[in-house]
Design a protein around this ligand. Structure first.
Ligand code: SF4
Length: 333
């Protein structure tokens, strides 16, 4: 079995299909940095769907069981359902997509028909004013809620709803979010605000610890812990005692889970990253466009994974927070 230096297999491949987004979220695409003059990747530099499929196939051959399509915002990439169909044809995999929901309602049926199995929607607040301020393009929360319903209606359910919690910005809406999705069958996952990239000005004081999030919800809607479904599950799960479903918390700052991290990440321009906080990626596009055989591709992926020893979240400190890292809008969350 392929394993990295810390004995972790590769199970999960996150595929970014674009570095563009139709939102300017304050966390990952602040307008001051990603304004009108920002040079996004030109189309010629993006991996084609055929190139992405080749990499995904090679990774599946090495043990990957889960493919997640991300961005930027993946649904701004034209004809994304064509890629979904190609990835679905690789085999019986967990094939998911993370989206801000803005374009999801119109795409849900095509994605489901193409073989997508599930969808994760980012939604940091139910308060319309807070949500519009956070996405910074004045996008209404109602439309994201409608998109979640549309996804569920075509079978992309249960929907996972990811809420990044930042102290003083949206932490007052934690319980409201939990209450809204309680009993819906969908699962809200509250994520500690992380020092991803170096444009979000992260400070430890901004983090609302997962334990506090659980306590706040538990006071109103009593919770009990659920055993992880598999090794390496990122979210710690809790179920409502009254049978109203479950929530998850992703405590990457206060309870890092690097020891079980089985995720590889492919950027839209074909760089392979072995950690969300990596500084450098391995250039697969050059290999693909240089005529490498499938065997050479597999050998390269194995070689990169074998020497992996990333465990950034376990080593995080006030010093590491300021280091140059890959931006989340480029590599996906
Ligand atoms: S910090 Fe890197 S190694 Fe640790 S869990 Fe996150 S992606 Fe995995």
């Amino acid at each position: 079995m392929l394993a990295d230096r810390l004995g972790r297999p590769v199970r999960d491949l996150r595929i970014s299909v674009t570095d563009r987004c139709n939102f300017r979220c304050v966390y990952c695409m602040p307008r001051e940095v990603y304004g009108r003059d920002y040079a996004f990747l030109p189309r010629s530099q993006l991996l084609t769907f055929e190139e992405i499929e080749r990499v995904a196939r090679a990774f599946v051959g090495l043990g990957v069981e889960k493919l997640r399509i991300t961005g930027g915002e993946p649904l701004v990439r034209r004809d994304l359902e064509r890629l979904v169909a190609k990835l679905a044809a690789i085999g019986s995999l967990d094939l998911t997509l993370t989206t801000n929901g803005a374009l999801l309602a119109g795409k849900a049926q095509a994605l489901a028909d193409a073989g997508l199995t599930r969808v994760t929607v980012s939604l940091d607040s139910l308060d319309d004013a807070t949500f519009r301020a956070m996405n910074d393009v004045d996008f209404p929360v109602e439309q994201v809620l409608g998109a979640i319903d549309a996804a569920a209606a075509v079978g992309l359910a249960p929907v996972k709803v990811n809420a990044v919690v930042k102290r003083g910005v949206n932490d007052e809406g934690i319980v409201e979010l939990a209450r809204y999705f309680h009993g819906s069958g969908h699962v809200v996952r509250f994520i500690e605000y992380m020092d991803v990239g170096h444009t979000n000005g992260w400070r430890l004081d901004d983090v609302v610890p997962a334990a506090e999030i659980v306590r706040l919800i538990d006071e109103e809607l009593p919770l009990e812990p659920v055993e992880p479904a598999y090794r390496g599950e990122v979210a710690r799960r809790y179920r409502y005692v009254d049978g109203g479903g479950e929530i998850g918390v992703i405590a990457s700052v206060t309870q890092p889970f690097c020891g079980d991290c089985t995720r590889a990440r492919l950027s839209a321009d074909g760089k392979l990253y072995t950690c969300l906080f990596a500084v450098r990626g391995h250039d697969l596009r050059a290999l693909l466009r240089g005529g490498a055989s499938d065997e050479q591709l597999t050998d390269t992926l194995s070689a990169v994974w074998r020497v992996r020893d990333d465990r950034y979240s376990e080593q995080r400190s006030s010093e590491t927070a300021g280091l140059a890292k890959v931006e989340m809008s480029y590599i996906g969350g």
